[in-house]
Ligand binder design. Structure first.
Ligand code: MG
Length: 363
């Protein structure tokens, strides 16, 4: 029986090619990435990673090195759910959400990659997939863009036959509505438009915004209010015209159980790099299946395409190039608006070793 005997943690900082601003106006100039390599006693290596938008990757790397690595060394990859449970319980008093779950997620993804490599299967097949491709929609229409830039970004997705286009909106409702109109104009009357408010509004503002966009046929409005305001989400959903999406700031199956029990969202948006890795994302897919709620995972289309292919209510994955194309040595292809999951063993995505050196923070 091969067990994990080495764990490496790499902390990277990847500059963004274009200066962008969040819905709050803060700069998003660098993406923090934390990569985990687990090596077993047969010499096989699994790779997992997480990313942090807006700072904090150093804390994730530190938590990994000091709290989780000692639990991973000696673990049997075949018993990945046991390892997950031990990591989760170890971190319970200071984990459950945030930094600890980012760290746990990176480990869990690495162990699943190792398991699939050991089985000589692509991860989606190892997990038992129900599809071999998944549609992709385009994100990246930032509030810091001019209307011309917004139009060009949306057009680039239309030209690639993407499932739809999502734009960010900020505090200025008039500006937000004009931006939605610009994207609607680009995609045409039959195209899909999604809106992401990144928790920028309150209940009353969301109701006003909903009334203003009612004729623009919006597929979903994402995170209009604070992610923790589950009762407000439940009050919004069904009383506004636009479907509500959320979940990128929720953690573990317990968080998603709350979203579902409150009937708070029309579309679930888990992120494998935050919720607790592959182990937990599969549980969330099963919950979504049980409640018959569509799933549109948050970012990371490369890895989420593998996992979405295992979910019967998985709808679409989100495309945005947070990482340059040469960051990866291997990743899936997008053809005719869908990600094709490959026959490559493991997650189907490998970070180029040169990227580890190019973007490394510290020694
Ligand atoms: Mg979002």
């Amino acid at each position: 029986m091969a067990v994990i005997d080495q764990v490496e943690v790499h902390h990277l900082a990847v500059p963004q090619p274009h200066p962008i601003r969040s819905s709050y106006g803060s700069a998003l100039d660098v993406l923090g990435v934390v990569v985990v390599h687990v090596r077993d006693t047969d010499g096989r290596v699994g790779e997992g990673w997480t990313y942090v938008i807006g700072g904090g990757a150093e804390s994730v790397a530190s938590f990994l090195r000091t709290e989780l690595v000692p639990l991973v060394v000696g673990a049997d990859p075949a018993r990945v759910r046991d390892l997950w449970q031990r990591m989760f319980m170890h971190a319970l008093s200071r984990g459950r959400k945030g930094v600890a779950m980012y760290a746990l997620s990176a480990v869990d993804i690495a162990v699943w990659d190792l398991r699939a490599r050991t089985a000589e299967q692509p991860l989606h097949a190892h997990l038992g997939s129900v599809a071999t491709s998944v549609p992709v929609y385009g994100d990246g229409c930032w509030v810091s863009m001019t209307h011309d830039e917004l139009r060009a970004a949306a057009q680039s997705y239309v030209d690639r036959d993407f499932w739809g286009v999502k734009l960010k909106v900020g505090a200025d409702l008039d500006d937000a509505v004009r931006r939605v109109e610009v994207v609607r104009d680009v995609v045409g009357p039959s195209g899909r438009v999604m809106i992401d408010a990144n928790q920028r509004y309150d209940l009353l503002t969301t109701r006003r915004f909903d009334a203003a966009i009612r004729d623009l046929d919006v597929t979903w409005l994402e995170e209009p209010i604070l992610a923790d305001s589950l009762h407000d989400y439940a009050r919004l959903r069904g009383t506004v015209g636009v479907p509500i999406a959320a979940g990128e700031n929720e953690y573990s199956r317990y968080g998603f159980r709350e979203l579902l029990e409150h009937e708070a969202v029309d579309v679930l948006q888990p992120d494998v790099h935050r919720v607790g890795g592959v182990t937990e994302l599969m549980r969330i897919l099963a919950l979504a299946d049980t409640w018959n709620v569509p799933v549109a995972p948050h970012t990371s289309w490369e890895l989420h395409s593998q996992l979405a292919c295992c979910g019967t209510t998985a709808l679409v994955v989100e495309y945005y190039e947070w990482l340059p194309e040469d960051f990866f040595a291997v990743r899936p292809q997008i053809v005719d608006g869908s990600v094709l999951v490959s026959d490559v063993v493991g997650t189907g995505t490998s970070i180029d070793p040169a990227s580890l050196e190019r973007y490394r923070v510290g020694s």
